[in-house]
Every structure is written in structure tokens, then in C-alpha cells.
Design a protein around this ligand. Structure first.
Ligand code: ADP
Length: 534
């Protein structure tokens, strides 16, 4: 190719490059545009290139540039810089022929053509770029804001938020976690999560991470687990843990939310204990209620029995009195004085029995009403007991009973109402005699005894025990025999008493601030003990 052909071919290439360029290209003679390519023409919305020829850059621009400078002055300034440096690139606000402004990047390059200086002007619209840039900046700002919000949520969260990487290395530890576990951020970040997860969850946790590395699946993700954790001071405590993955471009993190369950667990234990106590209390109350009901029913039955007993007991001597009085009246005329004496004797016995019963009833009524006046003096209890035994001499002889006075340890003096305590001894002796078989023995014993008082204190007392070799009293009736109208199941059928004697004894001993109780003797009989303060 000769040189003319070469120049023609190069010119053709430059022309094509000029006409097909994506950028707008204009030639500026320093003042006016003297040529432009189709892209520049399109950019400026000119119908043909001639509309642009001979215009000055300021004429194709709004009056002022975004920085407030006059376009005419600033254009001159830009051209001067390019002319001085040979090249200048800057942002420029142009105006299309339809009046619409657009931002573009302008590159001015100084060309020397036929000794004339021409400015090669390249326009690149940057409106969209600017918009994208602006959006990007807005997004960055919003992300920054969101990041701040997130940080303040994480920092002020009451629950612990801990992130780890796929190897279990702690990446973040929020203030709640620091407070709960007792670590500073510096101490724990970079350490393995196994520092805060004890066995067996520690091994389990390692297995989860191992599984994840092998399969890409994590078994605990999205689930909520009640496990235990360990503080810096070694204290193990219950937590509720939920783990969720955080996928970022290059790696995966696991975010664990940890809620301290210590208080809740404690409350659950307290509640359980409370419930158990409540159940126990209900059970006790129910038992008490059933017992009270049984006692009430028993008392009711006892009362009915008493009424039946009492009317029988009252009627029997009354009938006796009336029938022997009638017989006496019938036999007065016959003048048989022996017969009459026997009738009067029977009338007398029945009358005494009636009187005895009525006395018991009156005594009990008085004692219960607190009307009994005691005449307390110092007496020898042993002597008083001996007198009472003497009163039963006939009965003792009749049943050939042996009375054993056991050796007492000395003092048998005490302060009491002689008549009332004699009544107690008489009643206990009469029962012992009544229930002891012919030829057997009754043992009487005195000893000193400490009566429990308030706290750990004791009052010195004197104990009197009367033990017989009779039928005895079943263990579960040892207390109830002191109830009014109650008789032991062993003697009920043939005792014939009223069931008032022991109730009276108990009232009398109680007003003396003493104590009375029954026991089962080793040789099957009954032992009745009473103690009174000295
Ligand atoms: P009573 O003897 O008039 O029935 P008490 O109140 O004195 O009334 O006695 C109540 C019941 O206690 C008696 O009916 C009897 O069942 C039982 N009891 C009392 N003393 C003895 C005893 N020494 N041995 C066996 N049972 C006794």
C-alpha cells in the first residue's frame, strides 16, 4: 500500500471512530464548536450538525453551573486550563437544544492541526452514573443507620447474643452475655464456644459443628433447646438457646440467643415445692377433717349410747325404789318387820345408786362449767390413797385381791383438794377392782415426776400409778376411755358403768394443772397414772 492509500485508509478509520463513538465528540476552535459527531448531535438534541456549528459551549449550557458560577466564565476557565495543560477533565452541566439540562463528564484535549490549536471535546453523560452514585450513597447511609440500630439492639438486649464461626470460635459477645457469663469482650472473643458450654452439650456442640462441616447441615438450627451453660467462675446454670445461621458472602456465622433460665427454673422448683406442700397440707387437713368427722360421729354415737345407758341407769334404781316401796306398803298390815327392813334396805341401796349417778352428772356439769371450787392444801397423797383403799376393803376381801404398795422414793406430799383427788383415786381403784379377776393383784406406786411446762421448763410433780391385772385396754383406746360416755371395747358388754368416771377424773386433774393417762401394762392389765404439782 502506498503512502497515499495508507493515509486514505487511516483517515477512513478515524472518521469511523469519530462517527461511531459512544461518547459525544466535538471540536472546539477555542471559542466555537466547529464539528461534532452524531452522538454529540443526539446528546444535544440537534436535528443536524449545523445547528451546533458556531455555537459557544456557554450557549449549550444553562446560565449557571451547579457550583453557581456563570457558564460563560467557567467555560473560559476550563478551556484555559486545557490549553495550559494540554488536557482537562471536569464535570459540566450542558443544555440540550430542547432546553433540558444534563450532567456530563467533559474531556478537553488540545490538538494542533495545521498550526491551529483545536480542542478535542469528549462528552460523556453521567446523569445516570450520578443517580446510581447517589443511590449508592443513600444505601450506604441507610446500611450505616441500620447497623447502628442493630448495634444498639444487640448492646441493650436483655438476652445474650453470641455469634460464632463455623469452627466454633466466638466472633461477638454482647454486653448482656458479658454480664451473665462474667467475661469481658476481650477475654472471650476469639475463644472456642466450648468455654461457655459444659459437658455433655460441649461435645454435642462440637459434633454439630463437625456435622455442619461435613454435610453443610446444622441440626440445632431454628430449634429452641433448654441446655446448661457455664460462667467464668465455673457455675453451671440453665439456659434456653436458639441458634440461627447468618449467611454472608464468603462465610457462615451462627448467631445464638441465650436466655438465662435460672430464675424460671428456681420458680418452677419453688412452685413444685409449694404444690407438694399444698398437697401435703390438703392431705393433712383432709385427714384431720376425716378424723374430726369420725370423732364427731363417735361423740354422737357415744351420746346416744349415754342417753340409752343413762335412762337405763336412772330407771333401774328408780324402779327398785318404787317396787320395794309398793311391796312395803302391801306388807305393812302383815307386820313382818324383817321383810319390811329388807325392803327398806333395797330402797336405800337403789336411792344411793341414784344419788351416786346424779352426783356424777352434777360433778361433770360443774367441772365443765368451771364452777368447781378447789380447797388446796398440802396432804400426803399416799395416806389419802390408803384411806380410799380402806373404803374398798369389803370388795377386796370378797375378790381376794392383793394390794401391793410399791416402795416409793420418799416424798409423797403434794398440794391438792383432798376431796376431789380422793374422788379420782376412788374411781381408779373401783375400776381396777371391778376389772381384776378374783385372786389377782393391784399395784400402787408413788414417785416424783417432772411435769413439762412452757419451753424446756418443768414443774416438779408427784406421780401416782395404779396397775391392775385385769383385761387391760386396747392401745388405740387408751385416750378415748377418758372421753365422756366412752367405754372400752373389752368391757363394754358387761361393765355396767356410765363412762363418766374417767372423764370426771380428767377434769379434776386438769384443774389441778396435772396430767392423767392410761397405759397397757406388760402383764396385760391396765395402768392408770396421774401426776399433780407438788
Ligand atoms: P365406768 O367405769 O363407769 O364405765 P369410767 O369412765 O370410769 O366409767 O371408765 C370408762 C371405761 O374405761 C370403762 O367402762 C372401761 O371400759 C374402761 N376402764 C377403766 N378402767 C379400766 C381398767 N382398770 N381396766 C380395764 N378397763 C378400764
Amino acid at each position: 500500500m502506498n503512502s497515499i492509500n495508507l493515509i486514505t485508509a487511516q483517515t477512513e478509520i478515524f472518521k469511523k471512530a469519530f462517527e461511531n463513538s459512544e461518547d459525544g465528540i466535538l471540536l472546539l476552535d477555542g471559542i466555537h464548536f466547529i464539528d461534532c459527531n452524531p452522538t454529540a448531535q443526539k446528546m444535544l438534541r440537534a436535528n443536524n450538525a449545523t445547528e451546533i456549528f458556531n455555537t459557544q459551549p456557554a450557549e449549550l449550557s444553562p446560565e449557571k453551573q451547579p457550583d453557581g458560577k456563570l457558564s460563560s466564565e467557567k467555560a473560559q476557565e476550563m478551556i484555559s486550563i486545557a490549553q495550559n495543560n494540554g488536557f482537562h477533565r471536569f464535570e459540566w452541566m450542558h443544555r440540550r437544544l430542547n432546553g433540558e439540562s444534563f450532567l456530563c463528564e467533559v474531556t478537553l484535549t488540545v490538538l494542533e492541526i495545521d498550526e491551529n490549536l483545536v480542542l478535542h471535546t469528549v462528552l460523556r453523560e453521567i446523569n445516570k452514573l450520578k443517580q446510581h452514585q447517589q443511590k449508592l450513597e443513600e444505601s450506604i447511609y441507610l446500611i450505616g443507620q441500620k447497623q447502628q440500630q442493630l448495634n444498639s439492639i444487640i448492646n441493650t438486649a436483655l438476652d445474650c447474643i453470641v455469634t460464632i464461626d463455623k469452627k466454633g470460635i466466638i466472633q461477638s459477645f454482647n454486653p448482656a452475655a458479658c454480664k451473665l457469663f462474667g467475661y469481658t469482650e476481650q477475654e472471650i472473643i476469639g475463644k472456642n464456644i466450648s468455654n461457655i458450654v459444659p459437658s455433655p452439650h460441649k461435645e454435642q456442640h462440637d459434633q454439630y459443628l463437625h456435622d455442619f462441616q461435613q454435610t453443610g447441615r446444622v441440626n440445632i438450627l431454628g430449634t429452641v433447646l433448654d441446655v446448661s451453660a457455664i460462667k467464668k467462675n465455673g457455675l453451671e446454670f440453665p439456659i434456653r438457646l436458639s441458634v440461627n445461621p447468618i449467611h454472608s458472602k464468603n462465610e457462615i456465622l451462627f448467631c445464638g440467643f441465650i436466655h438465662d433460665l435460672s430464675l424460671q427454673k428456681q420458680l418452677e422448683i419453688d412452685l413444685l415445692q409449694h404444690n407438694e406442700l399444698l398437697e401435703m397440707e390438703i392431705k393433712l387437713k383432709t385427714e384431720e377433717f376425716i378424723k374430726a368427722k369420725e370423732i364427731a360421729e363417735q361423740a354422737n354415737r357415744a351420746k346416744s349410747l349415754f342417753l340409752a345407758n343413762m335412762s337405763h341407769e336412772l330407771r333401774t334404781p328408780l324402779h327398785g325404789i318404787l317396787s320395794f316401796a309398793r311391796l312395803g306398803l302391801k306388807n305393812v298390815a302383815k307386820g313382818d318387820l324383817d321383810k319390811l327392813a329388807r325392803y327398806f334396805d333395797r330402797v336405800n341401796i337403789s336411792g344411793e345408786r341414784l344419788l351416786f349417778l346424779l352426783n356424777d352428772l352434777l360433778d361433770l356439769a360443774k367441772l365443765e362449767a368451771g364452777q368447781l371450787k378447789l380447797e388446796i392444801q398440802q396432804y400426803d397423797l399416799k395416806k389419802i390413797t390408803e384411806n380410799c383403799v380402806a373404803e374398798f376393803e369389803a370388795n377386796i376381801l370378797e375378790k381376794q385381791l392383793n394390794i401391793h404398795w410399791q416402795k416409793s422414793d420418799g416424798n409423797t406430799l403434794a398440794n391438792f383438794d383432798k376431796q376431789r383427788i380422793s374422788q379420782v383415786i376412788t374411781n381408779l381403784l373401783s375400776n381396777a377392782i371391778k376389772f381384776t379377776e378374783i385372786g389377782n393383784s393391784i399395784f400402787i406406786n408413788f414417785s416424783s415426776y417432772k411435769i413439762p411446762h412452757s419451753g424446756n421448763q418443768y414443774i416438779p410433780g408427784l406421780l401416782c400409778s395404779i396397775r391392775d391385772q385385769g383385761l387391760g385396754i386396747p392401745t388405740d383406746e387408751l385416750e378415748t376411755v377418758f372421753d365422756k360416755f366412752i367405754q372400752s371395747s373389752k368391757t363394754k358388754s358387761n361393765a355396767g358403768g356410765t363412762g363418766l368416771g374417767l372423764a370426771i377424773c380428767q377434769e379434776i386433774i386438769m384443774v389441778h394443772k396435772g396430767k392423767i393417762w392410761a397405759e397397757q401394762s406388760e402383764d396385760q392389765g391396765a395402768v392408770f397414772n396421774f401426776v399433780i404439782p407438788l
